[in-house]
Design a binder for this molecule. Sequence first.
Ligand code: HEM
Length: 91
Amino acid sequence: MYPAGDLAAAEQRLRDFLIGRFGGPQRYIEQRGHPRLRMRHMPFAVDAAARERWLHLMANALDEVKLPADADALLREFFDGVSAMLINRPG
Ligand code: HEM
């Protein structure tokens, strides 16, 4: 689903969004404006399976980086909630 050959730019957008969302520099909003995540995900077929896959990959990433337990739990909860809201196709 992600742009072939330009994963770095997608990674940057997600990174900047998360940094801003959790109190860091507002680079995402400066460059992209209001996140409008539901709208921005509409072109992509996000069904329950895509959500599970995305959550699984993010969980792998979190396992790998071993953040402090409170930050880890906060991010997992955040991803769980937002990803549910982004489902835009019947499964
Ligand atoms: C539910 C499963 C999800 C799928 C399948 C998915 C897929 C995608 C895809 C294909 C893109 C386009 C890549 C790009 O060019 O930036 C994207 C963008 C993005 N996604 Fe997701 N995503 C999911 C969940 C999430 C969640 C949970 C968040 C936030 C916590 C998130 C945040 C973002 C952001 C910030 C962008 C960049 C939007 C922009 O500025 O254009 N996504 N996502």
